[in-house]
Design a protein around this ligand. Structure first.
Ligand code: NAP
Length: 279
């Protein structure tokens, strides 16, 4: 590890932040590139968020990631926002300008798409409609990325339909909100099925879904990454669908921030996956 008085600084702001894999992930890349820099866990209570964030550029920080529960607050205090962050309603990556200005973006959708394209190169937005289960914060990023990539129709199914309707209104584009009962018909011509709910995650019940109508040519992906192989992915693989796990989304969403802060374009490799999983 190289750490001099000229080290570039970044980190992740969360509350709590102890569970975050980001310091290990960015630390791996800093080491790999031999860079003079540090990426720190920053445990910041919600009431201190704005004051701490605004102090960071004055302490020489190049930027930060922002995680739960600060993503909406980060949107509110950003001086500039990308179009996707605005539509998603949340910021996860901040770059400080030389004048201390806060430039907010959301790279979750980018991470989702990069992971999908690496994991299932045969999938393309042109392949047809996509079914997204869930309408939380991550679903908003996933839907924005899919629409912006040119998917002809995104069909959203969520336990709380009002949240799915709000998602469709905010993200814009061809997004239809369907009741649970419409799932079998919605799956019939889909090119991609995505789980964005917490179902399947360690400590949560599995996502119970009948895949009978899903074409075997469809790709199935889960953004839950603990466990890596969720019940959904196991069932899909058993019937011949290509599956993509959620860890790559976490790794790829980190790349734009690292490049902006430290000036090197990092890669997601099997060795990085292994290193992050070991934590
Ligand atoms: P969130 O905003 O709290 O949304 C949670 C979603 O799960 C909502 O759609 C919610 O439905 C649904 N849900 C929760 N309990 C349910 C239940 N018992 N039955 C049916 N639906 C249920 O959370 P989030 O930030 O979007 O995160 C969702 C998941 O994605 C988490 O597991 C998170 O770890 C994972 N994630 C992964 C990455 C990655 O990089 N791979 C990135 C972000 C998030 P309602 O609207 O009805 O409550």
């Amino acid at each position: 590890m190289i750490l001099t008085g000229k080290a570039k600084l970044a980190g992740v702001m969360g509350w709590p932040v102890g569970h975050s894999k980001s310091p290990r992930l960015h630390g791996y890349w800093l080491e790999q590139f031999g860079l003079d820099g540090a990426y720190l866990p920053l445990s910041v209570a919600p009431e201190d968020f704005e004051a701490v964030l605004k102090a960071l550029p004055r302490m020489g920080f190049a930027g930060v990631n922002v995680t739960v529960p600060h993503k909406e607050a980060a949107l509110a205090v950003s001086d500039t926002l990308t179009d996707q962050a605005l539509r998603i309603g949340a910021v996860n990556t901040i770059v400080f300008g030389e004048d201390g200005k806060i430039h907010g973006s959301n790279t979750d959708g980018y991470g989702f798409l990069e992971n999908l394209k690496f994991g299932a190169p045969e999938w393309s937005a042109k392949n047809g409609p996509v079914v997204v289960i869930g309408a939380g914060g991550a679903a908003r990023a996933v839907c924005a990325a899919l629409i912006d990539d040119g998917v002809p129709e995104v069909r959203v199914i969520n336990r709380t339909q009002a949240k799915a309707l709000a998602l469709a209104a905010d993200i814009q584009g061809d997004i239809s909100v369907l009741p649970n009962s419409a799932l079998p018909a919605a799956l019939k011509d889909t090119s991609l099925l995505v789980n964005t709910t917490i179902l399947g995650m360690v400590g949560s019940p599995p996502l119970e879904i009948n895949l009978d109508g899903l074409p075997t040519s469809a790709v199935v992906t889960d953004i839950v990454y603990a466990p890596l192989q969720t019940n959904l992915l196991k069932s899909a693989a058993a019937r011949g669908n290509v599956t993509v796990d959620g860890l790559g989304m976490l790794l790829h969403q980190a790349r734009p921030g690292f490049e902006a802060w430290f000036g090197a374009n990092p890669e997601v490799t099997p060795a990085l996956r292994k290193f992050v999983l070991e934590s």
